[in-house]
Design a protein around this ligand. Sequence first.
Ligand code: MG
Length: 412
Amino acid sequence: MRIVQIDSDGAAHRHYSYARDLKGHFFALPSVSCVPDYQNESGCKSFSPQHPAVPLTRNQTVQLSLRCKVMAVPVQEEGIPNTTVIPQSPIASEKLPIPRPISMGGEEEFRSVIRHASRLPLALRNALCRDGVFIGNPGKVVALLEKMMTAGAERFQVVTDFDATLTRYHRDGKGCDSSYGVLETTTMFPPFYREEASKLCDYYYPIELDQSMSLEVKSQHMRDWWSKAHGFLMKTGLKAEWMGEMVRHSTVELRDGSLKLFELLENAGIPLLIFSAGIGDLIQEVLKQHGNFKPMIVANFLDFSEEGVVRGFQKELIHTFNKHEIFSHHQTDYFAKHEERRNVLVMGDMMGDLKMADGMRAKEDVLTVGFLNSKIQKCFPEYRDGFDIVLIDDQTHDIPISIVEAIINGAT
Ligand SMILES: [Mg+2]
């Protein structure tokens, strides 16, 4: 038996895929990861030994989750052309990545301002003028960068989101796991968790991206989502000692250049705060497996019993849209400790991430960098107006590195 087509939804939260053989038989692949292909004895092919393919019988109907659209796909009789079976539109319309070069219109105007900003180092100017970068207000960005360079590394700090900001959103169009995605794909959990988490995602993920909904209403929905997901998580019997294996077998991946960015910051003594609505323990594990960096992390940390089994969370829930409220509740003295560092680089991939530095009382200048990973055409206007610098389908940290290097080297 030979699989001739395998496709996936390519989104970070979705982990269902399908394959078909030459005769049009379908096989549900419960999960997808980026490791090399594996094949079981009956010839069913999956991407991972932890996520074996499931053979389906003819005339059975299987539910496929494709980027939040759940559809029933009948498994056809032999000989029926494949094209009548495979749903084309969800994949075709939302395929990642969109091809480069990406032009959103107006690039020449801002690039002209950047090119003539002679006080910025050439490397930074070149980086900001490359494809996939968009700056809505170049005058403001140049002025901010010049001020930050003059003030230098001693007055600078970085606050960043984790999922899809420090980590890749996709590799070659296949979605990479978020910290919650690690939980959804692990085979160490009973199957009910993935099913329930998937249902929640199908319902709440479109709300998270819905631009027509007010922040207050979205915030309540996100609270409900996180609370329900955490409720299911408590029933999995998760053990602290599982974290390493779960991360190793996931597709979570740091963006290209992350380690260089961490080293630059560490060597220059610039504090890095990771402010995430994800699972703090998994974030720690990812960093441990990629260079063992230990920045400050504010996230949803699990609470384990003496036997090492999960029993709750340590502090109040953080979700995508309440980051601005969290610092006072978490009573961290982090910003007080770094009060003299009034220039802040804020990085995120959600509009709610823009508010991450709101808890800083003494901030002076904040430069925001937004990673626009999906629904690019639709979300672009909001990101352009919200973030100082928008990085469109950029799976690297090249731009943050260029900015940090310029600030470390200071004004000339
Ligand atoms: Mg994120």
